[in-house]
Design a protein around this ligand. Structure first.
Ligand code: 3PG
Length: 186
């Protein structure tokens, strides 16, 4: 299921969401994350440099880091991720077409789902692990708690508004497997 995203999420309880503008940032990001004991990174496709950043981060630190790609919203981006042999892909949402492409890639992936209908649709597309984004705007802890009783077996990685003072509250929930966000590098 989802090409075993579960293993990545279980091993990496905090997933830093990072946007890289240029090559000069890479070593500093690596140093900051590894000094916090973090060995996983989600590099977003939000800058023109993103794909190069992913290739460069993998080349330098792929031996000790899981290097994932965030903000995957188009099928052609999945093709590029395959070519770069990334460790995982994250999307803020899901469509049937994107789900097919993601499954077929054989790369672990985490798509977004926040409303009951999105979660039911995701399950129909063989998705059990969802990014819950933006967590702070979709009811955060309270919504996730409510989903525990309704969506048995569905697991979430909340992002959006997660920070140093609330991330442990999210991780305590039974249906939260890991958390993500930009706060880690702030
Ligand atoms: C994401 O893509 O998960 C978000 O940009 C993270 O949101 P944050 O900046 O509130 O952590």
């Amino acid at each position: 299921m989802q090409n075993n995203i579960e293993a990545i999420l279980q091993e990496n309880k905090i997933i830093p969401v990072v946007t890289i503008q240029n090559e000069s940032e890479i070593d500093t990001i690596y140093q900051k994350l590894s000094s916090k004991g973090i060995h996983c990174i989600e590099i977003t496709l939000r800058t023109p440099y993103a794909f190069e950043a992913i290739a460069e981060f993998k080349k330098r630190y792929g031996f000790e880091f899981k290097v994932g790609v965030g903000t995957v919203i188009k099928r052609e981006q999945v093709e590029k991720c395959k070519a770069l042999k990334v460790d995982f892909m994250v999307s803020p949402g899901l469509t049937a077409d994107l789900a097919r492409e993601l499954h077929e890639s054989k790369i672990p992936f985490l798509p977004g789902g926040v409303t009951p209908s999105e979660i039911i649709t995701g399950q129909e597309l063989d998705v059990q692990f969802f990014k819950f984004f933006p967590a702070n705007l979709f009811g955060g802890l309270q919504t996730l708690e409510a989903y525990e009783t309704v969506f048995k077996g569905v697991k979430f990685c909340p992002t959006g508004g997660i920070n140093e003072s609330n991330y442990k509250d999210f991780l305590r929930l039974e249906n939260v497997v890991s958390v993500g966000g930009t706060w880690v590098l702030r």
